[in-house]
Write a protein that binds this ligand. Structure first.
Ligand code: M6R
Length: 613
């Protein structure tokens, strides 16, 4: 969480930094701040709340300078307040630091620094970095200021522990910034006569698409248009910039009121782009040849939140098409449970951002157990893609809304492609069955195009139900995880109470919470479990529920007879149906949140990528 940006160039850095912070706001928005080096002095402006508040304060203070750093915060240590906002300074006020992550040994360091006479102004763990650099600088008296700062930073890095990325600026080193990456995201942009440091590429994408991805433990020195990377040992390392193909437009709202709505509408394209890669041989992506693919005996899927729901759908796919037993774990649980060691196991980590600390921790555990690891990820150069043995990229473009939509459907699509490829490789699927499933997959983007046209009926429906206290979502088999996802989406953006259940389970307890008028959403495409879902509708209706069925045209007539409202999605094969069925639920969450006046793209208490455990 938290977003960092740094600029060093020939122009006034303030607009670059404020604009970059707006692009990073999805990472946290409790407070924001900026420090600018103005005529040899640091001018710092900070504000509680969103970047818009900082922008107002910065307009008033009007700092100007060609070197600056900024930060948008998701509070971990210390409440959201101006004192706890970044950038944080040392005692002299000459060193400023912006930081993302957690300094685990900050209390020990803080106590030590206080005993040495340092005065702390905030409750944050970040502030120890600024004071430590100050302390270390006292003992490095020779060399140019840039060299001294670097040595002090390197010494500091040996003293701090945890997962962190930070940027530092010293009043005595104009046109110079240092960035440090250690298990938290940090990327570098190289423009003409200007360089950028940021937590994520969209922060500077409108200025340059030349990006350097750093490895763990690396330090980067930025000057205008010139960047030096030092590896863990402090040795200069040649790194080739990567050209990012996303354009700024993709990273912006494109005329929609919210990123969430835009991203729901992006889904046909996201699936199309993801499938372009899925045409490739999965064996190659996994780095395994056909005999090795054949030999896979177990698959562990690990993920969090929405990505976990994609993993739950993936289990049905792999077991059905490849006949390999699959376990699906919440990454935060996998890391701490006892996982029996089994040979020929593949661990698949699903993550939009590739920076989720829990998922990264779980992958490390899988690696310690000797498992091969595959990332299903959306972000090039992210930590997950760097630590896993191989990566399959979901090509859905930047997902900015905190509530994940297009990444989810791209993840499920990828799991399907993986499952049928594994099935073909291990002989569980005949070539003709594979071809049929593959053809159906390749038609999915078109069906998604028809599905997103269904916004209006959902929007209309929400007028009637948006004030309900609680919402229930029910599905079976591959649609059970969609019920969980529908509930999560609604909770996240509308703050309403919502729960998803396997439809067969309601009689074992949950039916007691259904009351007169409780909206119950039934995921029931025509197919093998349709009749069972009809019974579930009757059971809920008998308790006074307001039943909404999500079904396919073939099921419409019967669904109408047992529900108050029918929402239609196109019919695709039974296993691909969840990819479409979730769409009305995404619109539902969006429209309920909109009618309730919630902050849709940046829901309270949440951050887009959760880089702390
Ligand atoms: O970036 P990741 O996919 O690893 O993120 C995992 C979860 O934090 C994420 O899916 C979260 O649940 C979303 N806010 C859901 O909309």
């Amino acid at each position: 969480m938290c977003g960092i940006i740094g600029y060093v160039g020939k122009k006034n850095s303030v607009p670059y930094i404020i604009d970059g912070l707006k692009k990073l706001e999805y990472r946290g928005y409790d407070s924001a701040g900026v420090s600018i080096l103005q005529e040899g002095k640091l001018v710092t402006v900070r504000a509680v709340g969103k970047v818009a508040e900082l922008e107002k304060a910065a307009l008033l203070a009007n700092p100007k300078g060609t070197t600056g750093i900024g930060h948008t915060r998701w509070a971990t240590h210390g409440k959201p307040s101006e004192e706890n906002s970044h950038p944080h300074t040392d005692c002299s006020g000459e060193i400023v630091v912006v930081h993302n992550g957690i300094i685990e040994n900050y209390l020990i360091l803080r106590t030590k620094l206080i005993s040495l006479g340092h005065k702390f102004k905030s409750e944050t763990d970040t502030e120890v970095i600024a004071h430590l650099i100050e302390e270390n600088l006292k003992h490095i008296r020779t060399g140019a200021p840039e060299e001294r700062l670097l040595k002090a930073v390197q010494k500091t890095n040996k003293e701090i522990a945890g997962a962190f990325a930070y940027g530092v600026m010293w009043a005595r080193t104009p046109d110079y910034l240092i960035g440090v990456k250690n298990q938290s995201p940090l990327v570098v942009g190289i423009g003409e006569n200007e360089s950028f440091l940021a937590s994520d590429v969209p922060a500077f994408l409108q200025h340059t698409n030349k990006v350097l991805f750093l490895d763990e433990g690396e330090v980067v020195l930025l000057r205008p248009g010139q960047v030096t990377v030092l590896d863990k040992t402090g040795t200069e390392k040649k790194v080739k910039p990567v050209k990012i193909s996303w354009d700024q437009k993709t990273a912006e709202k494109g005329g929609y009121d919210h990123f969430m709505l835009k991203e729901i509408y992006d889904q046909p394209q996201a699936i199309e782009d993801t499938l372009r890669t899925a045409r490739a041989d999965f064996g190659k992506i996994l780095g395994l040849d056909t005999p090795a693919l054949r030999g896979l005996q177990n698959i562990h899927i690990i993920a969090c939140g929405t990505a976990y729901h994609a993993g739950l759908v993936g289990k049905y796919y792999i077991e059905q098409f490849a006949g390999i037993p699959v376990s699906v774990d919440l990454a935060s649980e996998y890391k701490y449970r006892s996982v029996p060691h089994k040979t020929k196991t593949l661990a698949i980590a699903i993550s939009q951002s590739g920076e989720t600390a829990d998922t990264i921790g779980a992958v490390k555990k899988a690696q310690e157990l000797g498992f091969r690891t595959l990332a299903i990820c959306n972000v090039l150069g992210s930590t997950l893609t760097r630590i896993c043995d191989s990566t399959f990229f979901t090509h859905c473009g930047p997902e900015i809304s905190v509530a994940s939509t297009k990444a989810f459907t791209s993840q499920i699509t990828s799991m399907y492609a993986l499952a049928i490829s594994l099935g073909l490789a291990n002989g569980n699927l005949s070539k003709s069955s594979f071809d049929k499933l593959h053809r159906e997959l390749m038609r999915l983007s078109k069906a998604m195009g028809e599905t997103v046209r269904q916004e209006y009926p959902v929007r209309h429906l929400t007028r009637k139900i948006y004030k309900a206290d609680r919402f229930i979502f029910l599905g079976r088999h591959v649609n059970f995880p969609i019920a969980l996802e529908g509930a999560l989406k609604l909770k996240e953006v509308s703050y309403r109470s919502a729960e998803g259940f396997a439809a067969g389970e309601i009689k074992h307890g949950p039916i007691s919470i259904i009351d007169k008028g409780t909206p119950v959403f039934m995921l029931m495409p025509q197919g093998p479990l349709f009749e069972k879902m009809l019974s579930a509708c009757q059971e809920c209706r008998a308790r006074g529920a307001f039943v909404v069925t999500i079904t396919t045209p073939d099921g419409e007539k019967e669904a109408k007879s047992v529900s108050d409202k029918v929402l239609l999605v196109p019919q695709v094969n039974e296993y691909l149906q969840p990819v479409l069925n979730v769409v009305p639920l995404q619109f539902l969450a969006y429209w309920i949140a909109k009618r309730l006046g919630c902050d849709i793209d940046q829901p309270r208490n949440l951050a887009k990528s959760v880089t702390v455990e």
